[in-house]
Design a protein around this ligand. Structure first.
Ligand code: F6P
Length: 324
């Protein structure tokens, strides 16, 4: 095995640069050449490659985003696109690939690995924390801290004006960001797709808290939650039914994907990057390198993309109790 390619694909996440750095330096340590593939799986199809050595990844451990750029490639879903990608890998003499991304990336990579019998190892990089077989994904911890910092600021103004704020956070179909940031930021209610609370119960809960003496409130809503057509419609519904509330909406959006990675994400990314090269050198393929009970593990791609898991009941209970 002489040459390994590395790419980032799908939605970017803080800590992706730290993961690339670990992959590149691990290759240098084991005296294997490393090639960066720009713009994810799309760059693989277009042959957008550049040799990377240990010094090419200096001064990036602290930077958000991904210097290799990222893309969501439609063409990679076609047989013709994947064939082009395979031809490029062959003409570049690349023997194996590390892909850093989320479930969409793993689905494409897994298919490719089987189709062409090509060694691929994945690293979970997404703020959503929605990949099975790993306790944490790279970028999740940073995103949580960004959300908590933003909600702390919202709390100041909510409190000054005795207002109710609905704050929408990312996570696609997963409520991990909402639930954990909601607990960390002291939210009144947390709406997540895994546990459909329903809008009537939300009204009951909000009027109870008004009666108990609360003057302002924050409700954290995961973007995948279906309690309203959208967060603005839900805000209108609350104002119409609970006239004592003045409601405002904040959609945090892509701010959650940017920023310097937290120390946790940098360390996680470094461990998974080294783990991915170790796995390739052991001859593993079609697996993701994850972290379970603080140990680096490898998990078949097929087990990483199996739909939603049930949300941790203990966490939900904690959220309920501390918001009384
Ligand atoms: O998967 C990361 C994520 O930020 C999700 O939380 C969100 O639903 C989606 O990506 C947004 O995608 P895009 O950046 O393509 O709009």
């Amino acid at each position: 095995l002489k040459k390994i390619g590395v790419l980032t694909s799908g939605g970017d996440a803080p800590g992706m640069n730290a993961a690339i750095r670990a992959v590149v330096r691990s290759c240098a340590y084991h005296k294997v050449d490393c090639v960066g593939v720009y713009r994810g799986l799309q760059g693989l199809i277009e042959g957008d490659f550049k040799e990377l050595d240990a010094r090419s990844v200096k001064n990036i451990i602290n930077r958000g985003g991904t210097f290799l750029k990222s893309a969501r490639s439609k063409e990679f879903r076609t047989a013709a696109g994947r064939k082009k990608a395979f031809n490029n890998l062959q003409s570049e003499n690349i023997d194996a690939l590390v892909v850093i991304g989320g479930d969409g990336t793993f689905a494409g990579a897994s298919r490719f690995a089987e189709e062409f019998n090509f060694p691929i190892v994945g690293i979970p990089g997404t703020i959503d924390n929605d990949i099975h077989g790993t306790d944490y994904t790279i970028g999740y911890d940073t995103a949580l801290n960004t959300v908590v910092e933003a909600i702390d600021k919202i709390r100041d103004t909510a409190n000054s004006h005795n207002r109710l704020f609905l704050v929408e956070v990312m996570g696609r179909d997963a409520g991990d960001i909402a639930l954990n940031a909601g607990i960390g930021a002291g939210a009144e209610e947390i709406l997540i797709p895994e546990q459909n609370m329903g809008r009537e119960r939300l009204l009951e809960s909000l009027s109870r808290s008004k009666k108990s003496g609360k003057t302002s409130s924050i409700v954290v809503i995961s973007e995948g939650d279906k309690s309203g057509k959208n967060i603005f419609e839900l805000a209108q519904y609350i104002e119409e039914n609970l006239t004592e509330y003045e409601v405002r909406v904040t959609v945090l959006g892509h701010i959650q994907r940017g920023g310097s990675p937290s120390c946790y994400d940098r360390v996680l990314a470094s461990r998974l990057g080294v783990g991915a090269i170790d796995a390739i050198l052991r001859g593993e393929t079609n697996v993701m390198i994850g972290i379970v009970h603080n140990k680096v593990v490898s998990v078949p791609f097929s087990e990483t993309i199996t739909g939603n898991v049930e949300m941790d009941k203990e966490l939900i209970r904690v959220a309920d109790i501390i918001s009384i």
